[in-house]
Every structure is written in C-alpha cells, then in structure tokens.
Design a protein around this ligand. Structure first.
Ligand SMILES: *Cc1c(COP(=O)(O)O)cnc(C)c1O
Length: 363
C-alpha cells in the first residue's frame, strides 16, 4: 500500500469542475487584485465562523503581523506564547521588535499551559498568543480571564484550526483577533499562500483592512506603515468553492481521527494518542501521536508506504534565531519532551478505512 499524507490531489479532483470554472472566471475578468471574489469569500467566512469581520490576507504569517500591528505592538513589548509551534508564531513577534516570552505547554493538549502564564506577566507584557495546535483551541476561558484581569490582548494563532470550536464558538470568533492560514496543507487550503484575520471589533477591522493595503485609508494616502498583504483573487475563487464543502470535509477529518483513536487504543502501552478537551472540537490539521524511538519507527513506516511527519522537532526557545533570548535546554521540559516523541500520521478527509487499518497494523 502507498498512502498519501495530505492527499491534496484527490481533493482537487473531487471539486475540479467547480474550481476550474471559478479560476477561469477570474481570468476572464482579469480582476486579479481585490476582485469581487474577495468580498464574497470574506462574507462567507464571517457566516461560517460567526466572527463579525473576516479580512483575507496573503498568508497566516501576514495575518499574525496584521493582528499585532493593529494592536500597536511596539519594540520592547513582551508577548507571551508557546514554544511548541511553527516558527511564524514567534518570528512575527520578533520581526516587530517585540519579545517572545515562552510558557511551557500542557502535557495532554500540547497547547500553552494557562496555569503558567500569570508568572510571566511583567509591566511590558501586551498580549498573549495561544496557538490552536494540530487544530485544537487552547484553554481559552482561562487565557481570556488572565488577559482581562491584566489588561492584555489575546491574538489566536489559528493557522491549523479553521473550523474548530471551543465551548461551541469557532476559534476565529474568540480573543481580540484570531488569525488563520489557507496554506495548501492546512485544513482549509488554497492553491498557494493565503490567510485571514477575524475580529468582532469594528475599529480593529478597519485598521487591519488599511494595514493590508500599505496602511492606505484613501488611494495613495497612507495613514499607517502597512504591508502588501492582500489575498489574490484567484486564491479567493478557489476558497469560495472549497468553503462550500468545508463542513463536510471537517466532519470527515473528525471521523478519520475517531477511527484512528479507536484502532490505536489497544496500543496504549506503546503510543500516546491525541487528547481533545471536552470543551473543544479539533479541526484535526494533524493526527499526532507520541512514541519512543520515533526515528526508527518513521523509517519502518516509510518502508511500508506510510509517510509521517514531525510537527515539530525543535521547540522555538532552542532555535538558533532565538539564541539572543537566552533560553536553555531544560527551560520548558514538556515542550522539549514532546518535540522528541511527537509523530504525525497521514491525515486527510479521504483516508480510507483500509488505510487506517493498515497504518494501525504497522504501528
Ligand atoms: C502554518 C502556520 C503559520 C503560518 O501560516 P502561513 O500561511 O504558512 O504563513 C503560523 N502558525 C502556525 C501555528 C502554523 O501552523
């Protein structure tokens, strides 16, 4: 058997007719920048997420930048976040001259441990950026309560979690600003780079719309220093088709995860399975287990036609680029342990029962 990790090709084939038509409609109109497909997508995103404002942008990374710029994050400000995530979460903090302040993760969800946040708050702290890792929102009730008490902003890095929920609300509809990514391999992906920011605050929404187009409030009048951060109309056209079917795809992902967990529970001596908190529903960007002897297992699976991936092999506090922050090995023991043991199995909405059985057999 040869298993496809994300199976992007199958998804394209499934919706090919409509997607091709949508792309060609853009080509026929040549409305490549900020065409009507963008407005259509933003309205559909608002409906889907429940957030009052959805503003599309050029990537998940730029979504994080837009959010922090809108909240006026300045050099020297401190932002509390998790060290166990993709680099973009902290890279964008550092790009703005602010300082990422890490907090270790919860050993079950692998999201930021809310109980350890308060100890890291200083007079310079401006915001908390929880990441909804692998598709599951962090402990948002606790995080929002800490933020409210200390006058901090909350920006959610929901790059992996579009469509996830926490206490019945999508994670795009929580915090001051929530960010997502439409990178092809994310749960809702386009055919290149793309992203969006969400907020319920009209002032922040207006500011982010302006920041996205070079801080412009009127053509060639620049109120802020901004970004060239628009989403391409062609990507919006692709997303307009895929979003229509996204609820179905999400349900399929959740079913695949449930089948994995059912199949693998007999191996609980050897594997630690993903844990989803009762308050949350994951978008299952990844199905990630923990195992000792990961490299040998990866090789063995590869030989059986089963691709795997490691999200992520090195926590951010140990990355060379963050050496100047002065962290050391041992500072965040749970993030460090999980990064040694974590292993993502093939995950996509179209994984067949036979494939899940086969993977289960080989593990
Ligand atoms: C993918 C990802 C990003 C960045 O998104 P891009 O669209 O690739 O820029 C940021 N944060 C997390 C947690 C991600 O997984």
């Amino acid at each position: 058997m040869k298993i496809d990790f994300a199976n992007l090709q199958y998804q394209y084939q499934r919706y090919k007719f409509e997607i091709d038509e949508a792309i060609h409609a853009v080509l026929d109109k040549s409305n490549y920048i900020m065409g009507e497909e963008i407005t259509e997508l933003e309205e559909s995103l608002q409906t889907f997420t429940g957030a009052k404002y959805a503003i599309t942008c050029s990537s998940g990374t730029d979504a994080l930048l837009l959010a922090m710029m809108a909240l006026d994050i300045q050099p020297g400000d401190e932002i509390i976040t998790t060290p166990f995530t993709f680099i973009a979460t902290s890279e964008t903090i550092a790009l703005l001259g602010a300082k990422p302040v890490f907090v270790d993760i919860d050993k079950h969800t692998y999201n930021i441990d809310a109980a350890q946040i308060e100890a890291k708050i200083t007079p310079k702290t401006k915001a908390i950026i929880p990441v909804s890792l692998y598709g599951q929102p962090a402990d948002m009730e606790a995080i929002q309560a800490i933020a409210d008490q200390h006058g901090l902003k909350v920006i959610i890095d929901g790059a992996q979690s579009f469509g996830s929920t926490y206490q019945g609300k999508t994670d795009s509809n929580l915090g001051d600003i929530s960010c997502t990514s439409f990178f092809p391999a994310k749960p809702l992906g386009c055919f290149g780079d793309g992203g969006a920011v969400f907020t319920n605050d009209e002032v922040l929404a207006t500011k982010m719309k302006q920041l996205r187009i070079h801080g412009q409030n009127k053509r060639y009048h620049h109120k802020y220093i901004g970004l060239g951060g628009r989403l391409d109309t062609i990507q919006a056209a692709v997303l307009n088709v895929k979003l229509k079917y996204y609820a179905d795809d999400l349900a399929l992902r959740q079913a695949v995860a449930a089948k994995y967990s059912e199949k693998l529970k007999v191996k609980s001596e050897k594997l630690v399975l993903p844990y989803v908190h009762e308050n949350a529903a994951s978008a299952w960007a990844q199905y990630s287990i923990r195992v000792q002897g990961r490299e040998a297992l990866q090789k063995q699976l590869q030989d059986q036609g089963i691709p795997t991936a490691v999200h992520y092999p090195m926590p951010l506090h140990l990355q060379e680029c963050f050496g100047y922050l002065g962290y050391r090995e041992g500072d965040f023991p749970i993030a460090e342990q999980v990064s040694r043991e974590i292993l993502s199995l093939p995950m996509n909405p179209y994984l067949l029962d036979e494939e899940i059985d086969y993977i289960g057999m080989m593990l």
